[in-house]
Design a protein around this ligand. Sequence first.
Ligand code: PEP
Ligand code: MG
Length: 584
Amino acid sequence: MTFSISGLAVSRGIAIGRAVLVGSIRVDVAHYFIEPEQIESEIDRVRRGRNAVVEELQRLQDELSPDAPQELAALLDVHLMLLQDDTLTTGIKHWITERLYNAEWALTTQLEVISRQFDEMEDQYLRERKADLEQVVERILRYMKGVACPVVSPPSSLPRKTQQDLLLDDTMDVPLVLVAHDLSPADMLQFKKSVFAGFVTDVGGKTSHTAIVARSMDIPAVVGARVSSQLVRQDDWVIVDGDAGVVIVDPSAIILAEYGYRQRQMELERERLTRLRHTPAITLDGHRIELLANIEQPSDAAAAVRVGAVGVGLFRTEFLFMGRHGRLPDEEEQYRAYCEAVEGMQGLPVTIRTVDVGADKPLDKSHKESHLSPALGLRAIRWSLDDPAMFRVQLRALLRAAMHGPVSVLFPMLAHTREIHQTLAQVDLARAELQERGQVCGPVRLGAMIEVPAAALMVRTFLRYFDFLSIGTNDLIQYTLAIDRADEAVSHLYDPLHPAVLRLVADVIAQCHAHGKSVSVCGETAGDVEMTRLLLGLGLRSFSMHPAQILAVKQEILRADTRKLVPWARQVLLADDPAAFMAL
Ligand code: PEP
Ligand code: MG
């Protein structure tokens, strides 16, 4: 039966495909497709993981003292039965063999399938045994990762039900849509290498980093779809409407035909836009506008060049640091990554931002759980300044990479003059360390992100220290309006057109012009075609966005006349309700 789920539209386009559910297990799980020749070794990896856990539990059972609580013995029995049950192993083999999922992904997918069966059981006691299954799977996953885990759980018994009927024999060429409760930015990067046609998550806001990565991949996505991961089942047909923010499950033939038609229309529009690739971005009244790319990985430089970006305005280096279980990239690894981006841009300027972990970009899952208000905590430059030796590893790698092309270094989340001094002192120290080693540094321009209201209000101070500024509207909106950008519950209040936000943005642009310093916007508003004319009217001449947005924004610029937009933008700034004014 067809039904739809509403969420937030975060990445445009329409995807039609089969749902792939990703469970919300507490262990970091990598998801990737394997090559057919790896099938046997992946099955073997799970087998070894499972056997090791069986042995461990049997050993525990043997060592159990006679006065140990009976419940503990019963618990071990149940876990052993679950581990040795065919339902688990047959299903895992299916996902590895038929879908080419890696071992961990196959394990969690099968967990999801069996969990649904538990959920549907009438007997409450049996239904609650799902938790035991989750623990057993988590144990295997931890073993496969080399992390030991303690035995803690209530006693339970084993429900029996076959899942053969749930196994589907689809081939790999059907488009796949990923459905999950939540996806970390690091998960998203894993998926970047995969073949998903669309994404749906239960949680997340429009400018959460997961949404940003989906946009950077130019894949239709809906976030904040509340209970989608509970309502959609593995292999259901789904349509992701990334423009309307709607997910249609099990669509009828008529709905499928309608969306198929819209999908083709959008593809034609995209093709038409590619003709603008070599056209300079010049307004009707002759202002040349700089269109730069935001990238998350060095390899993204290729997409930036493909759409005619004139440089990189924001390389978010934190993605190099994520999901590594505490082992951070060393100077050589970072240096190679920055060089790859610089060389990938073929002589065009590259602005590389120092690491911005924290908030909704945890290093890994444990990091996220250990912080109370991560957006207000030790993130971005605060994290770097908290560990100056680690910070200088990055700075040295950046200074060395600057030998290979024009590099600017950008610092995130600065808010205090003291932090500015500390940051610049670390840059000097990093230069001195390289000199001492006899290594040369390239020339770099230094810039600051303006993404905290405090920074916007003291912009003149920033201009004394930095060569350029970049306005991070995603955080500037979050911190000005006190709206967690990753929380779908308050996403209706996240407003780029709020008068307070607009005044801060307008003032930063005006101050930069007055002091002869360059300024760009690198938050999501830069890539929003609804905002292009207003930003031009406020005097902005440099926009940095995902490569996928560049041609659509260029089209707006080619139709714009700043002589008309400047007085109009002034009126928008004075309006109580700028959005309503703009609609008029
Ligand atoms: C911003 O805050 O607008 C920005 C570009 O930085 P990030 O989205 O990575 O926090
Ligand atoms: Mg930011």
